[in-house]
Design a protein around this ligand. Structure first.
Ligand code: BYC
Ligand code: FE
Ligand code: FE
Length: 472
């Protein structure tokens, strides 16, 4: 099997596509549909070319190539991490057996479902971010937006490859449907809640890449453990790209907090809004929103789906091989968040049904890292204010707290009071209008909008004032 992509191919790949003509033809007939979708639902701002990283290989060094390319000519390739022929299944009832190179018939529909849910999020995020190019605060940020967009497009390709290669006609139909559903559509919305929300401004974009792409990191981490080896290898490679999406979110919020803090100090005020920044309390509300909808992406605190996925070997735990237990969990328990006698509390359940909570716990700890980092920026500016993650029961639509309302501090609220007070904690129309009023594009090299600080580093060793994008 060749490991380096052949760039003469229509579809760059390291999966030996040229040796499987049927599959190659199937994917080549999906490709124009993808490009139509990209033209109508992808980035709306015309750019001549963009300084992009393109995945060209899977090796430790030099897996990516940087250069100015027209986005439509981006080579969305299919790359799986190197195969380990000795790999064995690490958990569940098949633990210790050789990893699967094909899909066992008994798990076909569950595995297909997981691929479809994963695949659905990728183009959804591109759709959500479609109009952001029009208001980018700098060419550097514009480039990062487009980089994230093309890579989410590649992640769609990754799932479509698996659907085409391993799931026959049904897989091909699912691949078509991935382009048919659209974010926010009334008739055929995207599958998961967060992917039907709007991303209308750059604060939302950075919160999305911080909190929602981070769900992607954790979900991909569990699928990387999968007994289905092609899925495992795909996810391993996707995670490399995902690191950049995390960086965009983390440093994007850093830079907004930095700018807001500077203006708060300069004008000795709690509200930097009148001075052209995003007020800290608005940043907190956006954080509350994106964090709570991202918690919903973990499914219920208890779930028989996830127990079945684990037992079957389809979906493991975060860092499965670092867990010091039997990796079967049939006799174990776990404490999960729950509503007990109408109170926010915890309850013990079988470890297998609590696996969504296990993953969510890892995710929350990681999210806390960003908040600490942003608070350090506030502290360094000499400000007493702090950001914080809201309680897990706040603003939930999925799981144990879907039926109740709670404040960010975790106090239960009667429905009427929630209706009256939610604007204290979630972005109101006034907040959103203010944020949007700041979103005016800055397209001169080396210049940046007034509501955000410049980045500390450019991309691939280039300076901030590099010409990252040539507009059409
Ligand atoms: N919205 O048993 P339950 C990414 C459904 S992000 C709507 O509690 P389960 C990315 C659920 O499907 C990573 N529906 O949950 C980020 C189920 O429906 P069915 C995406 C929801 O199944 C940024 C029912 O409710 N990847 O890559 O244990 C940019 C009962 O659910 C929601 C994955 O998610 C929701 N929020 O867990 C680009 C990995 N939550 O089956 C990309 C694959 C639950 O009864 N997916 N439901 O019809 C999974 O592993 C699981 O499906 C879930 C749900 C974790 C999503
Ligand atoms: Fe992705
Ligand atoms: Fe991502």
């Amino acid at each position: 099997m060749p490991t380096a992509a052949d760039y003469a191919d229509k579809i760059p790949n390291n999966v030996g596509l040229q040796e499987d003509l049927r599959l190659q033809r199937a994917l080549e007939s999906w490709q124009p549909n993808f490009l139509n979708w990209w033209d109508s639902m992808g980035p709306a701002l015309p750019a001549r070319d963009v300084y992009l990283r393109t995945a060209v290989n899977v090796g430790r060094e030099g897996w990516a190539q940087f250069g100015h390319v027209a986005m439509r000519d981006y080579r969305w390739g299919i790359f799986l991490a190197e195969r380990d022929p000795g790999r064995v299944i690490g958990f569940g009832e098949h633990k210790g057996e050789p990893a699967w190179t094909k899909v066992p018939g008994e798990y076909r529909s569950e595995l297909r479902r997981l691929l479809v849910v994963q695949g659905d999020t990728e183009p959804a995020s591109v759709e959500q971010q479609r109009n952001l190019g029009a208001t980018a605060p700098s060419l550097y940020d514009l480039r990062n937006l487009f980089q994230v967009n093309v890579e989410e497009g590649r992640h769609l390709w990754a799932m479509v490859y698996l659907l085409h290669a391993y799931f026959g006609r049904e897989g091909r139909e699912e691949a078509d449907d991935l382009l048919r559903r659209n974010s926010g559509s009334a008739e055929s919305p995207r599958i998961l809640g967060a992917f039907n929300e709007e991303t209308p401004d750059w604060l939302s974009f950075f919160m999305f890449t911080y909190f929602t792409d981070r769900d992607g990191k954790y979900q991909l981490g569990t699928l990387k453990e999968s007994a289905f080896d092609p899925l495992s290898r795909t996810c391993e490679f996707m995670l490399k790209e995902e690191a950049h999406h995390m960086m965009v979110g983390t440093t994007g919020v850093d830079r907004i907090v930095e700018r807001t803090a500077a203006l708060m100090v300069e004008h000795d005020t709690d509200d930097a809004g009148p001075y052209g920044a995003i007020p800290l309390f608005v940043i907190q509300k956006y954080l509350n929103f994106h964090y709570s909808v991202s918690l919903d992406l973990f499914g219920g605190e208890t779930s028989t789906n996830v127990a079945n996925y684990y037992t079957a070997g389809l979906k493991g735990r975060w860092m499965e091989d670092r867990r010091a237990d039997d990796h079967k969990l049939t006799d174990d328990g776990i404490w999960v968040d729950a509503l007990v006698d109408g109170e926010l509390a915890q309850t013990e359940v079988p470890a297998l049904t609590g696996l969504n909570s296990d993953l969510r716990r890892e995710y929350i700890a990681d999210c806390q890292g960003g908040v600490s980092r942003w608070n350090k920026i506030l502290a360094q500016a000499g400000l007493p204010q702090r950001l914080k993650l809201p309680h897990v029961a706040f603003n939930r639509k999925v799981g144990a707290f879907a039926g109740i309302e709670a404040t960010p501090d975790g106090a239960l609220l009667p429905a009427g009071e929630w209706e009256r007070r939610q604007g204290e904690w979630l972005p109101t129309d006034v907040d959103k209008t203010h944020v949007r009023s700041l979103m005016r594009p800055v397209r001169e090299r080396g210049k940046i909008a007034a509501w955000i600080a410049p980045p500390r580093h450019g991309i691939n060793g280039r300076p901030f004032d590099f010409e990252y994008v040539h507009l059409a």
